[in-house]
Design a protein around this ligand. Structure first.
Ligand code: SF4
Length: 205
């Protein structure tokens, strides 16, 4: 099976649906998700948005302390509160209150890296964008698709070998796959649909 077919298999077996597509909410949620488990991110984002902080105007005029309790479940809540306020101010000041839809503009926002920017580009704007997080980086190397040391390199290499239509969906599906089967430690190779193809498969356990 070639790389494209392996990627399609992962996308098919580990689908991820993005219910939230509003660019501002997706951006803020992705910032909150940094080093946070999914369920904790969901709780923090929901509390924040339910309290009315779901638009740049409201968040830009907030004081960090107002947000602490709301986003505490996501961890690093002081830093994240400052970050989402700063991002909101920049969106108002430089982009007229609209989340920008280019990689260049998105990464110019404070604390927004390529991964976050690419998630927004794909989920909210439907653009071909490849978000490489720790799961995508680890699994692509285990499967022998790439031989890279850092996610930035993985992004460049994957863009060469995967067709554009798979760039967006591969992130969410790799996250699901990485959480359930290809775990960071002790991957469950015996249950993996790619165990026959994978050079890193541990078939003893
Ligand atoms: S065989 Fe094991 S290491 Fe390879 S992709 Fe599957 S779970 Fe990961």
């Amino acid at each position: 099976m070639n790389v494209k077919d392996q990627a399609k298999l992962i996308i098919e077996k580990f689908p991820r649906n993005h219910e939230e597509r509003d660019p501002f909410r997706v951006l803020i949620r992705t910032i909150l998700s940094q080093r946070s488990r999914d369920e904790n991110t969901d709780e923090a984002a929901e509390r924040l948005f339910r309290a009315g902080y779901d638009n740049p105007e409201k968040l830009a005029s907030a004081k960090p302390e107002e947000l602490y309790d709301l986003i505490r479940p996501a961890g690093m809540f002081r830093q994240k509160a400052r970050r989402i306020i700063e991002v909101s101010k920049e969106i108002l000041k430089r982009f007229g209150g609209e989340v920008p839809d280019t990689l260049e503009d998105l990464v110019s926002l404070p604390g927004v890296g390529r991964k976050t920017a690419n998630i927004v580009l794909y989920v909210s704007f439907g653009k071909p964008a490849l978000a490489v997080d720790t799961h995508v980086h680890r699994i692509s190397n285990r499967l022998g698709w790439v031989k890279t040391r850092v996610p930035e390199q993985t992004e460049i290499e994957l863009m060469k070998i995967l067709p554009e239509e798979l760039w967006g969906p591969i992130n969410g599906s790799m996250v699901e796959f990485g959480r359930n089967i290809c775990l960071p430690r002790n991957p469950k190779c015996a249950l993996c649909p790619l165990k026959e193809e994978c050079p890193s498969a541990n078939t003893k356990g």
